[in-house]
Design a protein around this ligand. Sequence first.
Ligand code: FMN
Length: 127
Amino acid sequence: MSVAIFYYSLTGNTKAFAERFAEDGFNSAPIDSVIVPEPFVLLTPTYNFGKVPEEVSDFLTDFSEELQGVIAFGNRNWGEKFANAGDIIAKEYNVPLLRKIELRGTEKDYEVIKEELISWQPRNTSR
Ligand SMILES: Cc1cc2nc3c(=O)[nH]c(=O)nc-3n(C[C@H](O)[C@H](O)[C@H](O)COP(=O)(O)O)c2cc1C
């Protein structure tokens, strides 16, 4: 059993990472597409001093029941605020922060996440 991947991307880094999963047979879709609710892991960048993008906050208002975990993207130049959107979402929705990834990520980032998502056992998301 795998899990869907829903992502947000403004400048294409998160999108580039997420699209590799589509090539590998995952349901990987941007949050502004037509979303049919199913258990998903969220991929989101961090913007503006460690914030969750507003589009992502709005999306979670509607779909958080199916949220299984979060992978956050950012740039280490931001220091303590690196990929901080993941910390915020993990805390707010009580889901695991699976990884923080810089820019488009590395081959290792991809392989580690793929292994984890391929055998994902959906958690009970009633909260
Ligand atoms: C205005 C601006 C603010 C940013 N703020 C943060 C931040 O607070 N923390 C962080 O880790 N990265 C920050 N970044 C870096 C982005 O998160 C990073 O480039 C990411 O890969 C963008 O993802 P996307 O291309 O999918 O939109 C910021 C980038 C910009 C342009």
